[in-house]
Design a protein around this ligand. Structure first.
Ligand SMILES: NC(=O)c1ccc[n+]([C@@H]2O[C@H](COP(=O)([O-])OP(=O)(O)OC[C@H]3O[C@@H](n4cnc5c(N)ncnc54)[C@H](OP(=O)(O)O)[C@@H]3O)[C@@H](O)[C@H]2O)c1
Length: 347
């Protein structure tokens, strides 16, 4: 396992980060603890959660994933200090009425959210506290890009960042990150931090996979010039890039089977076509299609740590192994050709 510096934080994180959003919905507490134990053995020291997990987010399950991580800390003395723990506070684009009547990144809500997360996680600090979605109109989760309308923006970035700065001073969080942000948003965060002494954003967590490489259009430049690197989520396009949904297959217990219709953005005709090409390409090169898709993401220079999602220890082991898989130039070129012929089929 390789470890990389998180922005200017001085903290090193494993290049594979363990996602958690299936815990408490698709996975039981015991299954989640088994994944966490195995992840540590594999050298994964970075965990990504959110107050609203598991997904699909529901009022009845709100906070359950964090509580499962908290019970793992409580049952394994000393383990908390071995991991870098990231979680998220929900923002307006999460559009969940059950979260404080409609989440906003304002002072009152952030202050309430952090105390809830710390309590559930049974820890005294979060290493990386991320805003889950911006408080202004942006394209997230496959929704169309709204025309920016400053008059309708929610909490100003300045207010959010100042409150997060107070949490750093109070020792409740160590560093700040953003998620589902745009290049404009990241630069605004950096500018306010430079001017005011508020915390510097250390990472951005956005979707990035072979079916959606929109991140590259503006944010790759921010990553490499301003050192706010990517923590890519859904690197397998929610499992689709493994090829297991091809030809209409719906394996029992798998995400797209269980939550039929909810994640259709990854199952459109163009997505299926691109997936078919990537799967065939991987097989021609004798590589597991899921591992090829993960190795591609992991090898991008703007990626800091790839957030994998697993519903079993077996998936965890296979997905982590992609970190040591080197894709040959000829294969990388072939991947670019598939992309050029059918770019970003998932919105
Ligand atoms: N910031 C955000 O808005 C946001 C959004 C989404 C995710 N995230 C974070 O990113 C993490 C990962 O996202 P994701 O779960 O969507 O990632 P993903 O890697 O695209 O999909 C993971 C899912 O694919 C299936 N899978 C994994 N390995 C496989 C393999 N080798 N072969 C076949 N199927 C496999 C599993 O689901 P099944 O077993 O059900 O098929 C697994 O849950 C989340 O846990 C969360 O921490 C953040």
């Amino acid at each position: 396992m390789e470890y990389r510096r998180l922005g200017t934080s001085g903290i090193d994180v494993s290049m594979v980060c363990l996602g958690t959003m299936t815990w408490g919905e698709q996975n039981t507490e015991a299954e989640a603890h088994a994944q966490l134990d195995r992840a540590l053995e594999l050298g994964i020291t970075f965990i990504d959660a959110a107050e609203i997990y598991p997904v699909p987010p529901r009022a009845e399950t709100y906070g359950r994933t964090e509580a499962i991580i908290g019970s793992w800390f409580a049952s394994r003395p000393g383990v908390r200090d071995k991991v870098i723990l990231a979680t998220k506070v929900a923002g307006a684009n999460n559009t969940l009425p059950h979260v404080r009547g409609g989440a906003r990144l304002d002072r009152r809500q952030i202050t309430e959210a952090i105390d809830g997360s710390l309590k559930r996680l049974r820890t005294d600090r979060i290493d990386l506290y991320q805003t889950h979605t911006p408080d202004r109109g942006v394209a997230v989760f496959g929704r169309p890009l709204p025309l920016p309308d400053p008059a309708r923006d929610g909490t100003p970035i300045k207010e959010t960042l100042d409150v997060l700065g107070e949490l750093v001073k109070a020792g409740k969080i160590r560093h700040v990150g953003v998620s589902n942000e745009t290049a404009y948003g990241v630069m605004r965060h950096l500018r306010h931090a430079e001017k005011s002494g508020a915390p510097r954003v250390q990472s951005i967590q956005n979707v990035y996979n072979l079916l959606n490489r929109r991140y590259e259009e503006a944010l790759a430049e921010v990553a490499l010039r301003a050192d706010v690197k990517l923590l890519p989520y859904s690197p397998l396009a929610m499992g689709v890039l493994s090829g297991k949904y091809l030809d209409g297959a719906r394996p029992p217990g798998a995400r797209m089977t269980l939550f039929h219709g909810r994640y259709n953005r990854y199952l459109g005709e163009r997505c299926i076509e691109a997936t078919r090409s990537y799967v065939a390409l991987a097989r021609r090169h004798g590589i597991d299609p899921a591992q090829m898709a993960l190795a591609y993401v992991m090898s991008r220079p703007f990626v800091l740590s790839t957030i994998i999602g697993c519903t079993s220890v077996e998936q965890l082991e296979r997905d982590t192994a992609a970190a040591t898989l080197k894709l040959e130039p000829e294969l990388l070129q072939a991947i670019e050709s598939v992309h050029a012929a059918n770019p970003n089929p998932a919105p």
